[in-house]
Design a protein around this ligand. Structure first.
Ligand code: HEC
Ligand code: HEC
Ligand code: HEC
Ligand code: HEC
Ligand code: HEC
Ligand code: HEC
Ligand code: HEC
Ligand code: HEC
Ligand code: HEC
Ligand code: HEC
Ligand code: HEC
Ligand code: HEC
Ligand code: HEC
Length: 447
């Protein structure tokens, strides 16, 4: 830039900058001593003089602070030195002079907000008045960002509604509190104030331990997060943060139950609370039927197996997985024929007597006998043994003794008709001729 050009714009530049210089000089405390200050204010009949400090006259603001309106400027501007505004170094002392309740609240709290520790009430409040409620310097939802970078809190894709709105003060007391991070309440209480539908949940019989111990934030980030519902890890992993043993257990099973293997724990368990043991979302059978819809027909059958009547599917199935076919808790052959081996029917003999298939002659152990010949032993306990499922439907059946109505043989479905008599029964399977048994008068099936 040449000299001539500089000279041409200089006057304009001075005119432009002058008002700023004036403001600067007005804001700099122009007095060397307290006496000078008081002679200044005295000359104008106190600092209320709109003549000098018109812009601090609260009359212009929507919300006006009592002492400023009343011209009691000196309660705060005591002329203390060397504060540029003649304020005491600990400004809050002036405030506490009138606001005793808040002083008590703050002094009796364990966690005090940084600016308040420094006595700087006017960081947030304009002591003269403001267009915001409580004389706040910025609108309620922008106040916190005056000092805090909120970037981190908003970093996640899913932002909590009150955080999005900047309503930090709904959870954090702006002054002080007895709870860490100056929260307005502790644990789950903090959250259920707004999530009212969860209040009644907290009176359920079973409450998940973390809710009692630390509230909601073990799993949900209160501000924002990248997982849906701001879960701290994705929904299919969140449970393993604490239940690592379940993760190991499930990974070791040879047979997986799909929802458990996929980490869809919440398809059966509530993460929060429940009236059912193990935080189950519903009675066990109802739960199973939500996915295994076809199976619900069992509940309509005339004869239901004991544990099915009780709705206790997990008596036989491990809902998390197992090393046995059909995720059964114990061994049970999944075929029609099976060479008998001890241990192979552990599942059934957990509740029934094993003697059922190991006693040749009996008049007590089973009703399935021809005279004294135990037909259970005969069918099951041999090289080409029929497994229980060849004759019984372990869930339910419309025929007595849980005799199944049909069975799968290869690709064919073969029906079975069972006729029970007072002392025995007859069976008409689709694959061979009628056979019968009678406990009193032995039937000769060769005839
Ligand atoms: C409740 C206490 C209180 C009262 C009453 C009060 N002030 Fe203030 N005033 C302060 C505080 C605190 C500051 C420093 C504000 C800051 O840090 O920005 C201040 C700052 C000022 C400043 C300079 C600050 C600036 O922002 O440039 C002036 C001028 C001023 N007050 C004038 C007045 C006048 C005039 C009155 C009476 C009408 C008055 N004050 C009443 C507390 C008060
Ligand atoms: C001389 C007494 C006096 C002093 C000193 C004083 N206040 Fe006040 N303050 C009042 C009165 C009276 C009210 C209620 C009437 C009103 O809203 O102006 C009030 C109201 C308030 C309110 C609004 C409360 C509400 O419920 O709406 C805030 C915020 C506040 N003061 C902050 C401060 C701060 C910050 C200081 C110190 C810088 C301070 N006050 C110093 C007398 C005082
Ligand atoms: C970090 C910002 C911040 C600071 C610093 C701060 N306040 Fe507040 N204050 C607020 C907010 C926000 C509210 C409104 C609270 C609400 O919604 O209940 C408030 C409300 C108030 C109220 C009225 C409501 C009540 O709780 O009685 C008073 C009085 C008050 N503050 C006094 C003070 C005093 C005195 C100081 C200094 C010791 C101070 N404040 C420092 C943010 C602040
Ligand atoms: C829904 C309630 C809620 C809202 C709204 C909220 N927070 Fe929090 N905030 C919390 C909880 C709870 C914690 C404690 C985190 C924890 O225990 O994991 C926390 C922690 C913090 C921390 C960390 C404190 C520390 O000691 O590490 C900061 C900073 C913070 N919040 C600022 C904010 C700001 C700023 C806002 C507004 C944009 C805000 N919060 C809104 C509930 C909330
Ligand atoms: C005037 C500046 C200022 C404003 C405005 C402000 N803060 Fe702070 N805040 C601080 C300072 C200073 C600290 C202390 C820093 C530290 O110790 O890490 C702090 C610390 C915090 C902490 C963590 C420390 C603790 O106590 O556990 C939280 C949470 C927090 N502020 C929330 C808020 C919220 C919410 C708002 C809005 C209502 C707000 N802050 C407004 C200055 C401010
Ligand atoms: C000031 C009120 C308020 C507080 C306090 C609050 N929330 Fe929220 N929360 C909301 C609102 C509003 C929504 C969005 C509307 C909705 O889905 O209910 C929401 C949504 C949620 C959602 C997502 C719900 C959904 O279906 O998308 C979760 C999870 C949540 N909040 C957890 C918490 C936790 C954990 C806390 C305690 C740290 C908490 N909230 C405290 C108001 C609040
Ligand atoms: C052990 C982890 C965990 C804890 C602790 C936890 N949640 Fe959740 N929360 C979840 C999971 C997982 C989901 C998703 C459930 C689903 O998809 O069915 C969820 C869903 C939600 C939802 C949305 C769906 C609904 O059920 O309405 C809200 C709101 C919610 N939680 C609030 C809370 C509140 C409030 C607390 C504290 C009282 C809390 N959570 C404690 C893990 C948790
Ligand atoms: C923050 C840690 C934590 C997280 C995350 C967590 N849990 Fe828990 N959970 C516990 C604690 C602690 C217990 C009680 C101690 C115990 O029985 O292991 C418990 C107990 C349980 C119980 C009851 C066990 C019993 O024997 O009664 C079930 C079921 C359960 N959690 C399921 C879940 C599911 C499903 C998830 C994921 C949505 C989950 N948990 C996430 C900590 C957690
Ligand atoms: C298909 C439904 C279902 C799924 C999916 C499921 N559970 Fe379970 N869970 C149950 C049932 C039913 C019980 C009760 C078992 C019983 O009756 O012995 C249970 C019991 C538990 C228990 C307490 C007893 C034990 O076995 O330790 C924990 C802990 C548990 N589940 C955690 C989980 C976790 C973690 C996941 C996700 C990987 C999960 N569950 C997935 C149905 C399920
Ligand atoms: C969230 C849905 C869901 C729920 C709830 C559920 N299951 Fe399943 N289950 C599946 C899926 C998917 C498969 C694999 C596909 C198939 O065989 O239908 C499966 C397979 C099975 C199998 C066959 C496993 C194999 O290895 O052959 C059994 C047995 C079973 N489930 C029993 C149960 C029982 C008992 C319950 C209740 C405790 C239950 N399921 C609850 C979804 C579910
Ligand atoms: C007494 C043990 C026992 C009980 C109780 C039991 N199951 Fe089974 N379940 C089995 C056996 C054994 C199989 C293997 C197939 C067969 O023999 O019919 C099986 C197979 C299944 C299958 C896969 C094949 C099919 O038939 O669809 C599902 C799904 C199933 N069970 C669900 C359930 C549900 C749901 C309940 C509770 C209402 C339940 N089970 C109760 C023993 C049991
Ligand atoms: C958890 C315990 C339990 C298991 C495991 C169990 N049962 Fe049962 N079973 C019962 C109960 C209780 C009864 C009596 C109520 C009834 O008639 O269903 C019963 C009855 C029966 C009956 C009918 C008895 C009658 O008098 O009509 C047959 C058949 C049967 N079970 C077969 C089996 C087979 C096959 C298995 C192995 C897949 C098995 N059970 C596993 C508890 C069990
Ligand atoms: C060839 C068909 C067949 C096979 C295979 C079979 N059962 Fe039976 N079972 C019956 C008949 C028929 C009855 C009814 C007996 C009566 O009361 O007349 C019966 C009755 C029962 C009863 C009721 C008590 C009793 O003995 O009268 C139980 C328990 C039982 N079976 C369990 C089993 C178990 C466990 C297996 C597999 C180890 C099995 N059954 C295999 C046909 C069979």
């Amino acid at each position: 830039m040449n000299k001539a050009k500089l000279l041409r714009i200089l006057p304009a530049a001075i005119i432009f900058v002058l008002p700023f210089l004036q403001v600067l000089s007005e804001n700099a405390f122009p007095f060397q001593t307290a006496d000078e200050y008081f002679s200044h204010t005295g000359r104008f009949g106190g600092c209320i003089s709109g003549q000098c400090h018109e812009k601090f006259m609260p009359g212009k603001k929507t919300f006006q602070h009592g002492p400023a309106v009343n011209g009691e400027c000196d309660t705060c501007h005591t002329g203390a030195y060397p504060n540029p505004y003649g304020l005491e170094s600990n400004q809050s002392a002036a405030c506490y002079g009138c606001h005793k309740k808040i002083e008590k609240e703050i002094q009796s709290s364990q966690f005090i907000h940084g600016p308040i520790k420094d006595g700087d009430c006017s960081y947030c409040h304009d002591p003269h008045g403001s267009d915001n409620r409580f004389f706040l310097r910025a609108s309620y939802n922008k106040l916190c960002s005056l000092c805090h970078s909120l970037k981190g809190l908003y970093a996640g894709e899913f932002i909590h509604e009150p955080v999005k709105d900047g309503n930090c003060g709904l959870c954090h007391d702006p002054h002080a509190s007895n709870f860490k991070s100056r929260l307005t309440d502790v644990g789950a209480n903090l959250c259920v104030i707004c999530h009212e539908d969860m209040i009644s949940g907290m009176t359920r019989e079973y409450i998940h331990a973390p809710l009692i111990k630390s509230g909601c934030t073990d799993c949900h980030d209160p501000h924002s997060g990248d997982s849906i519902l701001r879960l701290k890890t994705s929904a299919d992993k969140i449970c393993f943060n604490c239940h690592e043993e379940k993760k190991n257990e499930i990974s070791q099973y040879a047979r997986k139950h799909e929802p458990a293997a996929k980490g869809q724990c919440v398809s059966c368990h509530s993460p929060h609370f429940s009236d059912n043991k193990y935080l189950l979302l519903d009675k066990i059978d109802t739960l199973c039927f939500t996915c295994h819809k076809d199976s619900s027909i069992w509940k309509k059958r005339r004869f239901q197996h004991g544990p099915v009547v009780q709705g206790n599917c997990s008596a036989c199935h491990n809902p998390h997985g197992s090393d046995n076919a059909f995720i059964l808790r114990m061994a049970f052959p999944d075929k029609f024929y099976s060479a008998y081996e001890k241990g192979e029917y552990d599942l059934c003999f957990n509740c029934h007597k094993e003697a059922l298939v190991t006693t040749e002659k009996t008049i007590t152990i089973t009703g399935f006998r021809n005279g004294e010949t135990n037909l259970h032993m005969l069918h099951v306990n041999q090289k080409k043994g029929r497994t229980c499922r060849a004759c019984h439907d372990v869930h339910a059946s419309d025929q007595e003794d849980h005799i199944r109505e049909e069975f799968q043989f290869g690709s064919a479905r073969i029906s079975v008709e069972y006729i029970k008599t007072g002392t025995g029964g007859r069976c008409i399977p689709g694959c061979h001729s009628e056979r019968g048994y009678d406990r009193v008068n032995m039937v000769d099936n060769k005839k």
